[in-house]
Design a protein. Structure first.
Lengths: 194, 186
């Protein structure tokens, strides 16, 4: 019983700290989690962590939240998953709550406004950088379908105001159909199926 | 009522933001700026900026921010719960499948199909932010209305990011400092 309580507490405190000090989104938190849970606590195998990362990235929602749910589930079942989720969600909840208290008062300040304008241009640059990198990876595959989907989805959302959720559903179905089609083709050719 | 709307909006954001990181951004914009009159485009840009400067996922940061603006602390908690609820269910279901069957092929296929669409949608939302940064809320896009300071900061930041790949937080801090100095003196 005491042992179990300790496990829960360690799960909560580890994820709380990771979440509180991880700037820059989900892809940063994964290596840190690996360090904590694979190398330091030795609760999860190296190989398994890779699979868990793949699942975290495949599921909807924030990668950091997904990854901690998986780690919690692996170590202590569903209660563990709920505890690690809480540990991951609390720091941003607390930090942003505090910031919003000051937001209304600070936003009208001239200096704050200048800093925010500058940072907005910075955010636009960061997102532009992300899009260029991700876009380049898609063009590098040299396949027609992904490029077609990229162009089609951009037009749909930007020019034709198609609902984003509809685009996601259609493109997901397209991906599944493409996989099914290429697996069938491979099987018919009698070639080696990976 | 408003709490229910908050929960439902962020539930959809949580459910359909696939691919992590900025994938949630276009969905948040759609739900809280276009569909519901909860935030102006400037406030949305502010929360993206704040999210970039603080730890934690963008979706959770936005849920807390929007929730607290609309319905106080309970709103923040409800919006955050709505946001993580779909993840929780789906991740646990997949974890179960993984530990029992070890098969994730179909999901990989769906993901491969989604990736280019996610890039396109992030590009579109990013473009909205860029227009806001360079031309302001009225959005009259012409050379005479261009905010040259913002354009300069954007160009320099982008070159620095592409060339040296620094931590984005440093770039943001630099852009903020440059904004304070340049807008003050120009």
């Amino acid at each position: 019983m005491k042992q179990q309580k300790n496990t829960y507490w360690t799960l909560f405190w580890s994820t709380f700290q990771l979440s509180a000090f991880t700037f820059g989104g989900g892809f940063v938190i994964i290596p840190l989690m690996r360090k904590k849970f694979v190398h330091h606590l030795k609760w999860i195998e190296e190989e398994e962590m890779l699979d868990l990362t793949a699942i975290a990235q495949s599921c909807p929602g924030a990668i950091a939240v997904n990854a901690s749910i998986l780690v919690g589930y692996r170590v202590a079942g569903v209660p563990g998953a709920l505890i690690t989720m809480l540990g991951t969600v609390l720091p941003p909840l607390i930090i942003i709550s505090i910031i919003s208290l000051f937001y209304a008062a600070f936003r009208d300040n001239a200096v704050v406004s200048m800093v925010m304008s500058g940072m907005l241009a910075g955010v636009a640059a960061v997102i532009c950088d992300v899009v260029l990198t991700m876009g380049a990876n898609i063009f590098k595959q040299k396949k027609l379908l992904p490029i077609f989907v990229l162009a089609g989805a951009f037009c749909a959302v930007r020019l034709w105001n198609v609902n984003i959720i509809l685009i996601i559903l259609v493109c997901g179905a397209l991906g599944a159909a493409n996989l099914a089609w290429s697996t069938r083709k491979k099987n018919q050719e009698g070639g080696e199926v990976q | 009522m408003i709490n229910l709307q908050l929960f439902w909006s962020f539930f959809q954001i949580g459910l359909f933001s696939i691919g992590g990181g900025y994938a949630a951004m276009p969905l948040i914009q759609h739900q809280v700026v276009e569909l519901h009159p909860w935030l102006t485009m400037t406030q949305f840009a502010d929360i993206m900026t704040i999210a970039e400067m603080t730890p934690g996922p963008i979706a959770i940061n936005s849920a807390t921010f929007v929730g607290i603006q609309i319905a106080g602390l309970p709103g923040a908690i409800i919006a955050t719960l709505g946001c993580v609820f779909p993840s929780c269910v789906i991740v646990l279901a997949l974890a179960y499948v993984y530990y029992h069957y070890k098969g994730l092929d179909v999901i990989q296929g769906i993901l491969a199909g989604l990736r280019p669409a996610v890039v396109a949608m992030i590009a579109s939302a990013g473009l909205s932010l860029l227009v806001l940064a360079l031309w302001g809320e009225e959005g009259q896009i012409s050379l005479s209305h261009l905010d040259w300071v913002a354009a300069g900061i954007f160009a320099v930041a982008l070159v620095v990011l592409r060339r040296w790949k620094p931590d984005p937080i440093l770039v943001m801090a630099g852009a903020g400092a440059a904004g304070a100095i340049l807008y003050h003196f120009l």
